[in-house]
Write a protein that binds this ligand. Structure first.
Ligand code: ATP
Length: 360
């Protein structure tokens, strides 16, 4: 098991600054996902951790060992880190068991130990019956399992996974997610998992680092990201979040304040340190808007999409007819064009960016 300290790491390619002062403190045995849009620098961060990229400044420590920074760069093969890539990176001429055992041979293990360990990990990932097949004779999921088994066999305390499910269909993804969770539990390894898929990150990780343009926007548990986003990017990236203006914001130290949402008084959640503001912004989810029979705000239903247990409703609200989304439990008697009354049942007041800047 290994704790990871990433301290203000910078990395540029030519004039392109790809990692900008990245700091992450990861606990031993933790499952961390790094989530962000394409090109935000996730893979570069993973490669820096694995030792495939040199960093420009900052430091990377695993356990008590300085791996990168301060003039030091430990070679990838000497880091004792397991890596599982999206592309599997299997040897095509070797069988499944050959692929798994190869790393153990390089590591200098004797034949008996190699065979025993290979058999054990193939059993763990459910590939015993496929031990003698070559990668070309496997499905995508089985190839990914082989890559995972190879990583497992090396008994690494830290495992890095770079979009390992990107090549798999939805059904297999679900199965492999369970596989990763089982692997994490059984091995106790620290897992560092890169993805651009929020459902994957939220389902698997203890904590998620949301990354944007080479910076970490927020590093928190899935439920905290969902209910207390640190900024606009996290608010809109996670769980179909949406942002609206509020006025007359009166915070409360208990964390539950009041504000006006298009004129209607609503209860809001606020950071305990928030100050009163005449104008602020609120983040909420489609499930936080409800149809109401008493009072509420006038809205027009624009479009209704059937989603099984809910109807996803696009509606317009306020004098400038702003568009928002609302979930209505199905079945419901509503139709496009209808005028209704809605109310906001929950929302999180976003931190004031000006106050944030001042405190940096
Ligand atoms: P994706 O999800 O699409 O894989 P990512 O978040 O993993 O994206 P990176 O692969 O880390 O992003 O790339 C971040 C930026 O750095 C991109 O703009 C990319 O073009 C650039 N980049 C990455 N590697 C190199 C390199 N070796 N030389 C020059 N630019 C690079």
């Amino acid at each position: 098991m290994s704790a990871i300290e990433i301290e203000t790491v910078d990395k540029s390619f030519g004039k392109t600054s790809v990692l900008r002062g990245i700091s992450l403190s990861i606990r031993s045995g933790e499952f961390v996902a790094v989530l962000g849009p394409s090109g935000c620098g996730k893979t570069t961060l993973l490669r820096a951790l694995a030792g495939f990229e040199q960093i420009d400044s900052g430091a990377i420590r695993v356990g008590d060992t300085l791996l990168s920074g301060q003039g030091r760069h430990v070679a990838p093969e000497e880091r004792g880190i397991g890596v599982v890539f999206q592309s599997y990176a299997l040897w095509p001429h070797m069988t499944v068991s050959g692929n798994v055992a190869y790393g153990l041979k390089v590591k200098g293990l004797g034949r008996g130990e190699r065979e025993a360990r290979t058999a054990r990990v193939l059993e763990t990932v459910g590939l015993t019956a496929f031990a003698d097949r070559r990668p070309a004779e496997l499905s995508g999921g089985q190839r990914q399992r082989t890559a995972l088994a190879r990583c497992l066999a090396m008994d690494a305390g830290l495992v890095l996974l770079d979009e390992p499910l990107a090549n798999l269909d939805v059904h297999l993804r679900g199965e492999m997610e369970e596989e990763f969770a089982r692997f994490h539990k059984a091995s106790g390894a620290t897992m560092f998992y890169i993805t651009h898929d929020q459902s994957e990150a939220l389902a698997l990780a203890d904590r998620v680092a949301v990354m944007e343009s080479g910076r970490i926007s927020q590093f928190a548990s899935p439920s905290e990201l969902y209910s207390q986003p640190a900024n606009d990017m996290v608010a809109t990236f996670i769980g179909e979040g949406q942002i609206a203006p509020i006025t007359d914001f009166q915070p409360d130290r208990s964390g539950y304040g009041f504000a006006r949402f298009f004129g209607e008084q609503v209860r809001v959640r606020n950071p305990p340190s928030a100050l009163p503001r005449s104008e602020a912004r609120i983040a909420f989810h489609p499930g936080d808007l409800r149809l109401t029979d008493t009072g509420g705000l006038a809205a027009t239903l624009r479009r209704i999409t059937y989603r099984g247990d809910i109807l996803r409703v696009e509606l317009s609200l306020g004098p400038d007819e702003r568009t928002f989304f609302m979930n209505v439990p199905a079945p419901a008697r509503i139709e496009a064009g209808q005028r209704v009354a809605v109310t906001l049942t929950d929302g999180w007041v976003l931190p004031d960016p000006k106050a944030e800047e001042a405190s940096h």
